[in-house]
Design a protein around this ligand. Structure first.
Ligand SMILES: *Cc1c(COP(=O)(O)O)cnc(C)c1O
Length: 377
């Protein structure tokens, strides 16, 4: 089944012939007094609506197991709960700010250590110690859109009995399926493309490993950061149009890259594969498209604030993946928790802008960027 079909046809045959699943809001379920058993008992452990969403999340990734959480960070925290005292996690320095905060401020108290590296692509056998338990990957990286070779990281990590955890928020299973490339765990902020309408916080984890699935089930019931039934239903509805939305968003993003590249008002444009021929080939070998997030810097002399104020459509806001275009300044908004030196090493200048391209008409977006560039002069 193609993912476009899986997004709408995975769930079928509801009561009364309904073509949309019912929403079960119950926090508790009646049990059989004789056996004290039942299909469901209490919402935190499992409930029919979240269960349906989890079936769809697994289907999209071609995974055995799917888990829904109350946010992307709850999903990441649950996935990282596989770490035990003494374990080490390796992450890219440019990792999502919330993940950085969790690893920096929460993991040490659990007796876990972390190592941030500038370039996961430069990882070698020498970087692994017996304590290395997880390698955390984001490809493309945010907001530089640099590419990491997933197959190589998987091969390296598995040789050292470490797990590979991929944050696939930027690509979604429509464009990239890390589990199929050997990754052990995939997390996503479903707040972004999966939900797609900037009106819902949610997170997803998928895996093919039964032991890891048991750890995630424990995280759901023991830590309780699960997604509520009403939000599970809304996310199910959002997922139905994910492939369609992303197709349009990517189409728009490609047109914007074309227009900005070589534009006299633009100093540089970054998108997956823009950094080198080799990265472009690598990305093409592990993903189906370049997605709909790009970063750029205005040419010297142009006024960034005037540019942002003149923009009519992309709202100046963090987040990404929604139907409406958004623009932000990573150095002060999404990556402000990094030290200036770390930002410089990661290539995140103070002038860099990140654009999440929406589903608006291409001509309106292109015209808007053009007039804002003129206003910035
Ligand atoms: C937004 C985001 C998260 C965190 O997700 P929330 O839903 O905001 O908790 C994690 N990773 C990436 C790449 C993100 O963009």
């Amino acid at each position: 089944m193609h993912i476009q079909t899986a997004a709408v046809q995975t769930l079928r045959d509801f009561e009364h012939g309904a073509v949309v699943p019912p929403v079960h809001l119950a926090s508790t379920f009646e049990l059989d007094p004789a056996t004290e058993g039942g299909a469901f008992a209490y919402q935190r452990g499992a409930n029919p609506t979240r269960g349906q969403l989890e079936t769809v999340l697994a289907a999209l990734d071609g995974a055995e197991h799917g888990f829904a959480f109350a946010s992307g960070m709850a999903a990441t925290a649950a996935a990282l709960s596989v770490l035990e005292v003494g374990d080490e996690v390796i992450l890219p320095a440019s990792v999502y700010g919330g993940t950085y905060r969790f690893v920096d401020q929460v993991l040490p108290a659990r007796g876990c250590t972390s190592r941030f590296v500038d370039d996961l692509g430069a990882l070698t056998d020498a970087d692994f110690t017996p304590a290395t338990r997880v390698v955390f990957v984001e490809t493309p990286a945010n907001p530089t859109l640099r590419i990491t070779d997933l197959r190589r990281i998987v091969e390296l990590a598995h040789r050292h009995e470490a797990l590979v955890l991929v944050d696939n928020t930027f690509m979604t299973p429509v464009l990239q399926k890390p589990l199929a490339l050997g990754a052990d765990l995939v997390v996503q902020s479903a707040t972004k493309y999966l939900g797609g309408h900037s009106d819902l916080l949610a997170g997803a984890v998928t895996t093919n490993d039964d032991a890891l699935a048991a750890a995630l089930r424990l995280a759901q019931v023991a830590q309780g950061g699960v997604l509520a039934p009403a939000d599970s239903f809304r996310l199910l509805q959002g997922i139905k149009t994910l492939p369609l939305r992303l197709e349009r968003q990517q189409h728009n993003a490609i047109a914007i890259v074309e227009a900005l590249r070589g534009h006299e008002g633009i100093a540089q444009v970054w998108y997956p594969g823009s950094h080198s021929e080799q990265e472009a080939r690598l990305h093409a070998s592990q993903a189906e498209g370049t997605g709909a997030v790009l970063s750029f810097e205005l040419a010297p002399g142009l006024d960034r604030v005037a540019f942002l104020e003149a923009l009519r459509y992309p709202a100046f806001a963090v987040s990404l993946g929604g139907v409406e275009s958004l623009i932000c300044r990573p150095a002060t908004m999404t990556h402000e928790s990094m030290t200036p030196q770390a930002r410089e090493r990661a290539g995140i200048s103070d002038e860099l802008l990140r654009l999440s391209v929406g589903i608006e008409h291409q001509e309106d977006l292109l015209g808007d960027l053009e007039q804002a560039l003129a206003a910035a002069r």
